[in-house]
Design a binder for this molecule. Structure first.
Ligand code: FAD
Length: 325
């Protein structure tokens, strides 16, 4: 845990990247970990971070060090992904419960329902409720990659939300895809299903995207359908262009040619790439917050440097919400 100012130095030495994160006071509320994300969103823009559960004990130890480093950002909440079909069930559960217990911010558990029985999901949700976890991201998950039909009792995220509400008093988030979900046959049906899901959820977090207009268009389309549930944009610092490109293509996220040319130009220079990734993610996040987004969810990819750089660029906003002088 940092007790004073911590330096974030531009990898390239460029002035475009901020130099320092001022020390931030501890939250007044020592039980911040018990907060519901819908309540946090009602207070003002949030900054949140997403991690995935490492496969090894060494990986978990590294991630906990990363989370220590990221405490300088004083995130409003963090989240931990869940492997499709339950492949990371225990690792996600253990990380969520431990971090939620030991850190002064709420940890949200992602949970996918495809491939699970109702009883399996109920058991995990009861465990989360008993362990003090108050925030769940309700997801369908993907059907098996080999094209075989998904087994289990659930097909869509809305069915999981119903079960979550039965089990406990959770704040329930869902996924939103600004450029539409890859399995949606058309935009209209995508928006109708998303609107129906948002009606029974407390908030949403988006898939990453690279043009702010994709986010604002989605918000406008949902508004026209009478839905105003807060939707937090997900922003990814592109520190590994090849890997993000693969995910983007699978997730239906368009990659603007000009932006990708910038990444490709520095792909062989790690320091310049990090500086470019931070600058682009911070610019997008700034545009989103200035346009009224209720927060920013950073895909941290279990590393500290890029989120610290982006957070430093947004620091004045976060400090403003926390009333830090
Ligand atoms: P749904 O909202 O159920 O929608 C899936 C598709 O079905 C959409 O095309 C929708 O339009 C359609 N649909 C919905 N309801 C109906 C209906 N009643 N009739 C017909 N069609 C319908 N995956 C993981 O495995 N683990 C994770 O931790 C994880 N975290 C994620 C976090 C975020 C922020 C995001 C954006 C995605 C995440 N995913 C994760 C990926 C997600 O599981 C996949 O995108 C999955 O394919 C769909 O999940 P969903 O919850 O959006 O599904």
């Amino acid at each position: 845990m940092a007790s004073g100012s911590s330096s974030v130095t531009s990898a390239s030495g460029s002035d475009a990247v901020p130099r320092a994160i001022p020390a931030r006071p501890k939250r007044a509320d020592p039980m911040h970990r018990d907060a519901r994300i819908d309540d946090l969103l009602a207070e003002g823009p949030t900054l949140s971070l997403e991690f995935f559960p490492p496969k090894t004990d060494r990986g978990v130890a590294n991630l906990l060090e990363t989370i220590d480093a990221l405490e300088d950002l004083d995130p409003d909440f963090v989240s931990v992904t869940y492997g499709a079909g339950g492949s990371t069930r225990d690792r996600t559960r253990d990380l969520v419960v431990t971090a939620n217990r030991d850190r002064n911010f709420p940890v949200m558990a992602h949970l996918t329902c495809v491939g699970h029985t109702r009883a399996e999901l109920r058991e995990l949700l009861e465990d989360y409720a008993a362990s003090g976890v108050r925030n769940i991201l309700a997801l369908a998950g993907d059907p098996p990659a080999d094209g075989s039909p998904a087994e289990g009792d659930f097909q869509y995220a809305t069915e999981l939300i119903e079960l979550i509400r039965e089990v406990g008093d959770f704040s329930v988030g869902v996924a939103a895809h600004p450029e539409t979900h890859p399995r949606s046959p058309d935009r209209a049906s995508d928006r109708e299903h998303l609107a129906a899901k948002l009606e029974v959820a407390d908030f949403a977090i988006t898939q990453f995207f690279f043009s702010a207009s994709d986010y604002f268009d989605m918000v406008d389309e949902l508004d026209a359908l009478g839905v105003s549930t807060p939707i937090v944009p997900g922003v990814i610092p592109v520190t590994n262009p090849a890997s993000v490109a693969r995910f983007a293509d699978m997730a239906n996220a368009a990659r603007p040619a000009e932006l990708w040319a910038r990444y490709e130009a520095v792909a062989e220079d790690p320091e310049a790439l990090m500086a470019t990734a931070i600058e682009a993610a911070a610019s997008l996040a700034t545009e989103l917050l200035e346009g009224g987004a209720p927060g920013v969810h950073l895909y941290a990819l279990n590393r500290a440097e890029a989120p610290l750089g982006v957070g430093a660029r947004l620091g004045w906003r976060v400090r403003q919400r926390l009333d830090v002088s």
